[in-house]
Each structure stands twice: as structure tokens, then as C-alpha cells.
Design a protein around this ligand. Structure first.
Ligand code: SAH
Length: 351
């Protein structure tokens, strides 16, 4: 009997339910995905978490009722609904929670992948972040609970272990949890830790890659991180803490492009360490600030001049710092202030 009814539910959901009042009865952990499926089909869904919530008033408009779960108390609900509308019982096999880490790219909805868009459309819960600026998350994930873990009133980010706790708890309740992260989840994004937390909790987890700011943001300023005959190596480094002299020597020794993320507050020690390690003071260098936003700026100079130029321009985070001859290939290099002028400091400028 239930089997028949479940088949009926599947058929119904493929039809257009636009405007149809649907009553979904069951505990939130089980009903969330049923609700979303019906809402996606256009239904106007009312949820009654327990049989006791199925009052006459709630029943009055329903054109279809979906009872979710084995439902020891379904008899009373069936009685209440008798003669009013078709009743369907859905018995989920087991909570099918899962976690999907989605790279949102470095800014704007255009840089989200198709796989990321699909994951969001299927999400019951989205845990989003300060740098995951994909625009209207509610539109991309209709009906999903959106939790901004990047900031709270008072601007404190939710601590990492709390993010992982929320992620695991929601997925364990049978929900599809999308963890939306700026850029690529595995580039300084603590993606590895979040995957480990999901695996440890026995939850299926997948990772949708994203466009990393490490490559995309320099590119948005016309700076290719590699360029034939100029640089065949690029190294992405966290500038969160200053470079150890040995690290700086290794980077300088590679002779390629150095891309520094999270480095604005350390721009002086970072550039100084690279210069001390042997990079020429006149190596082209740039700060690309707020890539892919209307406020995007590039500050272009050399290893020696960049910190001062960036300070004068009041450049702040988020910015990518690029050091290397590839900066010379860019349009912003050509447009830098003083370019081509004999008496101006030829290397310096804001484009
Ligand atoms: N996972 C992200 C990086 C997270 S670390 C990625 O793959 O892009 C955060 C740092 O990324 C910032 O401090 C900044 O250096 C850089 N960043 C991210 N988005 C940026 C943007 N739109 N413009 C400039 N820098 C950006």
C-alpha cells in the first residue's frame, strides 16, 4: 500500500504543482527535502511538524497531503483529512544527509561553476562565507536555510569547529548541506578540515572546485601567472604570517611568479623578505584589490616600491599580491602612473 502511494508521490512531483496548496506532515529532519521538492514544483507548502498540528484549519485548503515517515500517528491524520484531499505517505529509507563543499570563485555569481549552481539548487542548507560573493544565495538555493558563518552581528566569524558542528548536525538530520566557500575550497579555505569532519561523521562528501583568486584575480588585471618565455612556475603562498628567510630564499630561487594571498597586513615584511632573499628590487609587483567587484583596483610597482604605493592608495584586503616578471605582461603595467614618462618614477602607479 505504502509502496503504491510512494509511486504516486513520485508521479505527482513531476507534474506542475504551481499554486497547489500542499500539506506536509512530519518532523523537520524528514520533511525538509520533501518540502523543497514540492516547492520546486510550484506548490504552496504548509508544514505540520506532528499529527497534533493537523488542525481543521490547516486541513481546510490542502489539495494534497504528504505524510512523511513511518508515522505511528498517521491514523488520526488520515481521519482528519478524510474526504478532503488525496493523502500520500512517503517513508524515507534512511536520512540521506550529505555535504557538498562548493567553490564560489573569487566574486560574483558568474564565476560559480555549473556543478556549483546545481549543488546549490539541491541544497537544504547553505553555509555561506564572507568571501563567497555569489549574489543572491536565496535565489540560487530556493527554500534552503542560509546560514552566514562568515559574520554575525558584532562581526565575529563563527569559529571553525562550530561551522563543522553545524554542517555535520544538519547533514546527520538527513539534509543536503552546501558549504559555500570563496575561490576554491582547497586553497587556504580549510576545505580539507571540513571534508575530514564530514568523513569522520560518516557522511558522504563531495567537493566542487572553484576558480581560485590566486589565478583568477591576477588574470582579471591582465596578469598571466605563467607566460611562455617569462615564467613557467607560479607559487601560491599564504602571507598570513611573514615568510621565514629560508622560505623566501626558496621562492626567490625558483625564478617564477610569487602569488601571495592574505598578505596585505604583512606586505612590508613579505616584500622585504623576498628582496633580502635575492629577488631584484626592481622586480615588477602588483596588488590587485577586490577582484571582480566594481571597486577593483590594481596598484603596480616593484618589489621595492609596492608597499609604499599600496599604503598611499590605502589598499586593503581582499587583495592578491603578485611578484614577478609576468606583471610586465599586463595592461595595468602599461597603464601604471609614470609609464613612458622620462622624469616620473617609471615603475610606480595605480591603474
Ligand atoms: N579559497 C580562496 C582563498 C581564501 S584566502 C581562493 O581560492 O581564492 C582569502 C584571500 O584570497 C584573501 O585574503 C585575498 O588574498 C584572496 N582573495 C579572495 N577573493 C579575492 C578577490 N575577489 N580579490 C582579491 N583577492 C581575493
Amino acid at each position: 500500500m505504502d509502496h503504491e502511494l510512494r509511486r504516486e508521490a513520485a508521479v505527482l512531483i513531476e507534474t506542475d504543482l504551481t499554486g497547489l496548496p500542499v500539506l506536509v506532515v512530519g518532523p523537520p529532519g524528514l520533511t525538509a527535502s520533501v518540502v523543497r521538492r514540492h516547492e520546486r514544483a510550484g506548490a504552496v507548502v504548509t508544514v505540520a511538524p506532528s499529527p497534533g498540528d493537523v488542525t481543521d484549519e490547516v486541513c481546510a485548503d490542502a489539495r494534497l497531503a504528504v505524510l512523511v515517515g513511518p508515522g505511528a500517528g498517521w491514523a488520526s491524520v488520515r481521519d482528519a483529512l478524510a474526504g478532503r484531499c488525496p493523502v500520500v505517505v512517503e517513508v524515507p529509507d534512511a536520512p540521506r544527509g550529505r555535504v557538498v563543499l562548493v567553490g564560489a570563485g573569487p566574486g560574483g555569481p558568474e564565476l560559480l561553476t555549473l556543478a556549483g549552481i546545481r549543488a546549490l539548487a539541491e541544497a537544504d542548507v547553505v553555509l555561506t562565507d564572507r568571501l563567497a560573493e555569489v549574489g543572491d544565495v536565496a535565489r540560487l538555493a530556493p527554500g534552503a536555510e542560509v546560514v552566514d558563518v562568515g559574520k554575525r552581528p558584532g562581526h565575529h566569524a563563527v569559529p571553525q569547529d562550530e561551522i563543522e558542528r553545524i554542517m555535520v548536525a544538519r547533514a546527520r538530520a538527513g539534509l543536503t548541506v552546501v558549504r559555500l566557500k570563496g575561490g576554491d575550497p582547497y586553497v587556504f579555505g580549510r576545505g580539507g578540515e571540513e571534508v575530514a569532519a564530514a568523513v569522520e561523521a560518516g557522511l558522504p562528501v563531495t567537493v566542487v572546485p572553484g576558480v581560485s583568486s590566486a589565478v583568477g584575480v591576477p588574470g582579471s588585471a591582465g596578469i598571466p601567472v605563467t607566460h611562455r618565455g617569462v615564467s613557467h612556475v607560479f607559487t601560491v603562498v599564504s602571507g598570513h604570517v611573514p615568510l621565514e628567510p629560508e622560505q623566501a630564499r626558496s621562492l626567490a630561487g625558483l625564478g617564477g611568479t610569487v602569488v601571495l594571498l592574505m598578505g596585505m597586513h604583512n606586505i612590508v615584511p613579505l616584500t622585504t623578505a623576498l628582496a633580502r632573499a635575492g629577488l631584484a628590487a626592481d622586480t615588477p609587483a602588483a596588488v590587485v584589490e577586490r577582484g571582480f567587484t566594481p571597486d577593483q583596483r590594481s596598484i603596480v610597482g616593484t618589489l621595492a616600491t609596492l608597499p609604499d604605493l599600496a599604503a598611499r592608495a590605502r589598499a586593503t584586503s581582499p587583495s592578491v599580491i603578485v611578484v614577478g616578471e609576468v606583471v610586465r605582461q599586463s595592461a595595468v603595467w602599461a597603464r601604471r602612473v609614470g609609464a613612458g614618462s622620462a622624469d616620473a618614477p617609471a615603475m610606480d602607479g595605480v591603474a
